[in-house]
Design a protein around this ligand. Structure first.
Ligand code: NAD
Length: 313
C-alpha cells in the first residue's frame, strides 16, 4: 500500500513507519516537527515538513491510506489552552478527512486514546465502556472518533480507531523524546542516567496489590504491529474501534522494580499523595483486538524497559 503517515517524525509514528517500510509499503511522512524530530524520519520514506492541514497538497488517488498520528497530546495543556486542541486536533483532522475524500483516499487508521474513557471505575475497559473524557485532549480525540463513524457511514470510509493506553519501549534507536516528558518509564530512566534526582510515586494507598496505581503498558513495536493489522482489516463503510492493552496492567512499584533490575541502578523513590483525577486502575480489555485483528501484546514490561534503556545508551 502507499500510506501517508502524519506524525511520522514522532515517537510512535517513526516506529509505525519503520514497520510499514519493513513490510514493503511505500510511505510518505507529514510532520510539522512541533514535538517530533527530523532525525526520526526514516530515509526510506518521502518526507514532507508541514501541517496536517496541508495534507491536501500531498494526497492524490495513488495513496491507499492515511495513518493519522499527528496530534497535540498534553493533558495539562489541553486544560489551560483547550482552543489549541479544538484547532490542532479536531479542526485539523476535519481538514484531513476532507482532503482524503477529495483525493479518493478511503482508508484511515487513527491514534485514539484511553483518555476518551475518562475515569471509569475498576475493571477492564472495553470498547463499550461509556466514553466520558475528563479533559479537552480526550474530548478532542473522541470528537474525531465520532467524525470517523459518520464519515464511514455517509461516504464509505474504511476507518479504524486504535485506543492506546500507555505506550513504552523503543525500536532500535527510535525512542520516546517528549518535552515535557510525562511518562513514567522515560522519567525513571532519567533518574537512572543521573539526569533527575529521584522517582516520584503519586499515591500509595490505592486499592491495588501494592497500593500504587495500575496502568496498562504496551510495547511500541507491538503497537506498530496493531497498526499494520488495522490497515489491512479496515472495511469500507465501517468504523471499528479497538482498545490496545494487556488486560492486566502493572503497578508503579512494579515498573520501578523492572527499571532497577534492567539498569542495575537503585532508583531512589519518594512517596507523594495521590494526584487529583488519577484513577487507581486503567486497564484495557484487548479481547476485541484479539478476536478481530488477531493482535495481542507480545512484549513484557521488562522488554519495554530494556529496549528503552538500550536506545538511550
Ligand atoms: N505516547 C502515548 O503513550 C500515547 C497514548 C495514547 C495516545 N497517543 C497518541 O498517539 C499519537 C502519537 O503520539 P506520540 O507519543 O508518538 O507523540 P509525539 O509527540 O512523539 O508525535 C506526534 C507527532 O505529530 C507531529 N504533529 C503534531 N501536530 C502536528 C500538526 N498540526 N501537523 C503536523 N504534524 C504534527 C509532531 O511534530 C510529532 O512528530 C498522538 O496522536 C497521541 O495523542 C499516544
Amino acid at each position: 500500500m502507499k500510506v501517508l503517515v502524519t506524525g511520522g517524525a514522532g515517537y510512535i509514528g517513526s516506529v509505525v513507519t519503520d514497520r510499514l517500510l519493513a513490510e514493503g509499503h511505500t510511505v510518505e511522512v507529514l510532520d510539522n516537527l512541533t514535538t517530533g524530530h527530523q532525525d526520526s524520519v526514516l530515509s526510506g520514506a518521502t518526507w514532507h515538513q508541514g501541517e496536517i492541514t496541508e495534507a491536501g497538497e500531498i494526497l492524490d488517488s495513488s495513496f491507499d491510506a492515511v495513518i493519522h498520528l499527528a496530534a497535540k497530546s498534553l493533558v495539562g495543556e489541553s486544560v489551560t489552552h483547550p482552543e489549541r486542541y479544538w484547532h490542532g486536533n479536531i479542526v485539523a483532522t476535519l481538514g484531513l478527512i476532507d482532503a482524503m475524500r477529495s483525493a479518493g483516499v478511503r482508508r484511515m487508521v487513527f491514534s485514539s486514546t484511553a483518555a476518551v474513557y475518562g475515569e471509569p471505575g475498576v475493571g477492564q475497559i472495553t470498547e463499550d465502556t461509556p466514553a466520558m473524557p475528563t479533559n479537552p485532549y480526550g474530548a478532542s480525540k473522541l470528537a474525531i472518533d465520532h467524525m470517523l463513524t459518520a464519515e464511514a457511514a455517509a461516504h464509505g470510509m474504511a476507518a479504524v480507531s486504535l485506543r492506546y493506553f500507555n505506550v513504552a519501549g523503543a525500536s532500535g534507536s527510535l525512542r520516546e523524546r517528549h518535552d515535557p516528558e510525562t511518562h513514567l518509564i522515560p522519567n525513571l530512566l532519567k533518574v537512572a542516567l543521573g539526569d533527575a534526582g529521584e522517582a516520584k510515586i503519586f499515591g500509595t494507598d490505592y486499592p491495588t496489590r501494592d497500593g500504587t496505581a495500575i496502568r496498562d503498558y504496551i510495547h511500541v513495536v507491538d503497537l506498530a504491529d496493531a497498526h499494520l493489522r488495522a490497515l489491512k482489516a479496515a472495511e469500507p463503510g465501517n468504523h471499528a474501534v479497538y482498545n490496545l492493552g494487556t488486560g492486566t496492567g502493572t503497578t508503579v512499584r512494579e515498573v520501578i522494580t523492572a527499571v532497577r533490575e534492567v539498569t542495575g541502578i537503585d532508583i531512589p523513590a519518594v512517596e507523594h499523595p495521590r494526584r487529583p483525577g488519577d484513577p487507581a486502575v486503567l486497564v484495557a480489555s484487548g479481547q476485541r483486538a484479539l478476536q478481530e485483528l488477531g493482535w495481542a501484546p507480545q512484549r513484557s514490561i521488562t522488554d519495554m524497559v530494556a529496549d528503552a534503556w538500550a536506545a538511550l545508551r
